[in-house]
Write a protein that binds this ligand. Structure first.
Ligand code: NAD
Length: 481
């Protein structure tokens, strides 16, 4: 059985605690391996290594740093099958989705490898005609990276790749649930020959390893993706000690289906947006706001589409939806289903744990649809992070926009309509960082900025060129001959 090690100063090593934690397969409850249950002292060692490495790393040219990323991309690409299988086993998403995510990791690495050759500043006319004024970018130093379990390849890479290319060294703590996948990602950098101390990985509890990363005085910036509860806590600590921070958190993403929508497209987008990855995407569709005139037709089509969803072990061919990623996650989903029933929402599909045969050994929940949901209900307000959607109706399009915005979150939102006027008004009025027209709420392109509004984010953006804003500081330079 695999026992994963921490990676500190170019060495794979056990935690100073000697403790390990077992990782379970949510499909059948079997033990997949063990990971280090590290201490604050392990983090301190990793931060010391990253601090020592930062001078030499930032002195390399962007092109030279990019070469390591290109090599890591090639290694990751050659291991897509193995890493995707590990991901499916650790958190349950289907193998095709896991392969797609790993391939995306490869593309992100190549994108940022190329970024090492692109411009880092501007020349700005000085008021003194004999002076040269320009901006340049400087790395933050050592950054702390804390990631969730739902995209265990893509999220660590979309944080590590820009951190590295802009000249920072890294201490990463992957989510414990998917730490074996996280370790396999870091191995790609190790085998690419990344210099000692440039990347360090420490696994363990968020309350120990995560907190120490956030508190550590030598960590100049913290980039976090996860729940808003953890994010807010991280933000407060970082603010108190003056560290730069970036938080990407939850969502309660709406899809509006207008009266003129292409209903087949809207149904397909709703099913995919809500139930792929068992609804465990931060951009998953969780509220569907449908025009009252076409609601019955939409619901009929949606219910027949549900018949096609094959649930089971994500490693098996033809399986469309896997289990919840853990027992805790499954219980949260089942609790929200109970809450929805008690609040008076009408359960029209699913609602139960699947316990027949082999499914009973895993954490499977039926894809679940509530109709007649009102905006004041908890299931319309709180992130469930599972295969559950809430259907609401509207009469005038402005009412749909109000419902879409009536939440603390603002990550992603979509509308199905053929009317250009409705599309443009939606783009203008909706409070969401990602706005999609005639497309599902889930779907992020690595070359474009990604992040949320309101409680979904600390208002910075990740990915694409936007990553530069977090991982560097601007220096304005004035040169007089
Ligand atoms: P989580 O907040 O429980 O954990 C995220 C990470 O934070 C883990 O590595 C965890 O160990 C660590 N952590 C926990 N407590 C900590 C503490 N006190 N200090 C420092 N680190 C700590 O989230 P999760 O359950 O792993 O992920 C699901 C959440 O992530 C959902 O809310 C989802 O919407 C969100 N998410 C957001 C995005 C986005 O880009 N907006 C993407 C994916 C997931």
């Amino acid at each position: 059985m695999t026992t994963c090690l921490n990676y500190i100063q170019g060495q794979w090593k056990e935690s100073q605690t000697g403790d390990v934690k077992e990782i379970y397969n949510p499909t059948n409850g079997t033990v997949l391996g063990k990971v280090q249950q590290s201490s604050k002292e392990d983090v301190d060692e990793a931060v010391a290594a990253a601090s020592e490495a930062k001078r030499a790393w930032r002195k390399l040219s962007g092109a030279a740093r990019g070469q390591y990323l290109f090599k890591a991309a090639d290694i990751l690409e050659s291991r897509i099958d193995d890493i995707a299988k590990t991901m499916t086993e650790e958190m349950g998403k289907t193998l095709p989705e896991a392969k797609g995510e790993t391939a995306r990791g490869v593309a992100i690495l190549r994108y940022y490898a190329g970024e090492g050759m692109r411009k880092t500043g501007d020349v700005i006319p000085a008021t003194d005609s004999e002076a040269l004024m320009y901006t340049t970018r400087t790395p933050l130093g050592t950054v702390g990276i804390i990631t969730p379990w739902n995209f265990p390849v893509a999220i660590p890479i979309w944080k590590m790749a820009p951190a590295l290319i802009y000249g920072n060294t890294v201490v990463i703590k992957p989510a414990t649930e998917t730490a074996i996948t996280g370790t396999k990602v870091v191995e790609c950098f190790y085998e690419a020959g990344i210099p000692e101390g440039v990347i360090n990985m420490v696994t363990g509890a968020g309350s120990v390893v995560g907190e120490r990363i956030v508190e550590h005085p030598s960590i100049a910036g913290i980039t976090f993706t996860g729940s808003d509860k953890t994010g807010k806590r991280i933000g407060q600590t970082a603010l108190t000690r003056g560290a730069k921070y970036q938080l990407e958190m939850g969502g309660k993403n709406p899809t509006i289906v207008a009266s003129d929508a292409d209903l087949d497209k809207a149904v397909a987008g709703t099913v995919s947006g809500a139930f792929k990855s068992t609804g465990q995407k931060c951009t998953a569709t969780s509220r569907v706001i449908v025009h009252q005139d076409i609601k019955d037709q939409f619901v009929d089509k949606l219910l027949s589409a549900m018949e096609e969803i094959k649930i089971g072990d994500g490693l098996q061919e033809g399986i469309w939806m896997g289990p919840c990623a853990s027992e805790g996650q499954m219980n949260t989903v089942l609790d929200y289903i109970d809450i929805g029933k008690k609040e008076g929402a009408k359960l029209i599909h699913g609602g139960n744990r699947l316990s027949d045969g082999a499914l009973g050994q895993g954490y499977f929940v039926e894809p679940t649809i509530f109709d007649e949901v009102t905006s004041n209900m908890k299931i319309a307000q709180e992130e469930i992070f599972g295969p559950v959607i809430a259907i609401m109706t509207f009469c005038e399009i402005e009412e749909a926009f109000e419902l879409a915005n009536d939440t603390d979150y603002g990550l992603s939102a979509s509308i199905y309509t053929e009317k250009i006027g409705g599309m443009l008004k939606f783009v203008e009025d909706v409070d969401a960082g990602l706005v999609r027209i005639n497309a599902e709420t889930a779907g992020v392109e690595l070359q474009a900025p990604f992040g949320g509004m309101k409680q979904s984010s600390s208002h910075s953006r990740e990915q694409g060129e936007a990553a530069k804003e977090f991982f560097t500081s601007i220096k304005t330079v004035f040169v007089k001959g």
